[in-house]
Design a protein around this ligand. Structure first.
Ligand SMILES: [Fe+2]
Length: 298
């Protein structure tokens, strides 16, 4: 057992788990037992993959992940495997991300891909209908799953590969570090239902209703918000969302950092917001990401 846990250099709310090369080697054999196809087709195989991941770390990885992600004081972990070797290919990263997810909970079906995970590219040119793939605009701070019926307790983002990249840093913000939390979470408009839709590429053909701010069982505010999908019904709701968006983007307490290739950000989706800075223009720009979103086991 030799992963290490440290505070991120930019914030002690973000924990960093480093996995060394030797331990990654010990994962190769158990990971070989499962093909990507069998993981996609047989949900139980993801549990056995996750168990073998945990066993390499004497079952301490699952304990660490759950503790960090559920604790309001932390809630985000960056998992940094030392993957500077060709044997740790993209299939390996899909398996590692799958294992991490299944030590914490069950993934939701991702309608964009029709699987329990989705892989997608951000490139120089884009004809899609959402900000997710627009390289040269800011991807504003948001949470995931705002427009679906399923609960989204957590999310995983793994950087599979990138080239021609300058800029495009990850940006995250903990709700309790946000200067405007009290003002906006206590505003009655933030507690009333909004209608949330989504563009065609998301393959979700219904709309949902929920407030932006909901108090958790300890009375602390949680947020479910993204700029593109709420459909304000009146001037009050429209102006509230504009103020919310401005106050999030203006925050001085955002944490910005480049995510290395092979690394995963694993965040609680109730009190962490995430986004991305714009990339510097480059016709060869290409970044591939993997995402998994889901609920906690209980
Ligand atoms: Fe997102």
């Amino acid at each position: 057992m030799s992963f290490t846990i440290n505070n991120h250099t930019k914030s002690k709310r973000v924990q960093v788990i480093n996995i060394n090369n030797e331990d990654l080697d010990r994962l190769i054999f158990p990971f070989k037992k499962h093909s990507i196809t069998s993981l996609e087709y047989k949900p139980f195989s993801r549990f056995s993959l996750a168990k073998s991941l945990d066993e390499v770390f004497e079952n301490k990885l699952s304990v660490a992940l759950n503790k960090i992600i559920k604790d309001r004081n932390t809630g985000t972990v960056v998992v940094k495997p030392d993957v500077n070797n060709k044997k740790f290919d993209k299939d390996f990263l899909v398996k590692l991300s799958t294992g991490l997810a299944y030590l914490v909970g069950n993934p939701n079906f991702d309608s964009m891909s029709g699987k329990y995970y989705a892989r997608f590219y951000v490139k120089h040119s884009d004809s899609s209908d959402s900000y997710l793939r627009k390289a040269y605009t800011n991807l504003d701070l948001h949470t995931d799953g705002t427009y679906v019926k399923e609960k989204t307790d957590w999310l995983i983002m793994t950087k599979m590969e990138e080239q021609g990249v300058s800029g495009g840093e990850s940006v995250i913000l903990h709700l309790d570090d946000w200067e405007h939390l009290e003002e906006l979470s206590n505003n009655p408009v933030g507690q009333e239902n909004f209608t949330w839709g989504s563009p065609k590429s998301k393959n979700v053909d219904y709309k949902v209703e929920h407030p932006v701010f909901i108090k958790d069982k300890n009375g602390k505010p949680t947020i479910s918000y993204i700029d593109q999908f709420p459909e304000p019904k009146n001037m009050e709701q429209g102006l509230f969302l504009q103020r919310l968006s401005d106050c999030l983007e203006e925050s001085k307490n955002k944490i910005e950092f480049p995510l290395p290739v092979g690394s995963t950000i694993f965040s609680n989706n109730y009190f962490w917001l995430h986004g991305r800075k714009p990339f510097k223009e480059n016709t060869n720009l290409s970044r591939e990401l993997l995402r998994i979103r889901g609920t906690f086991f209980n």
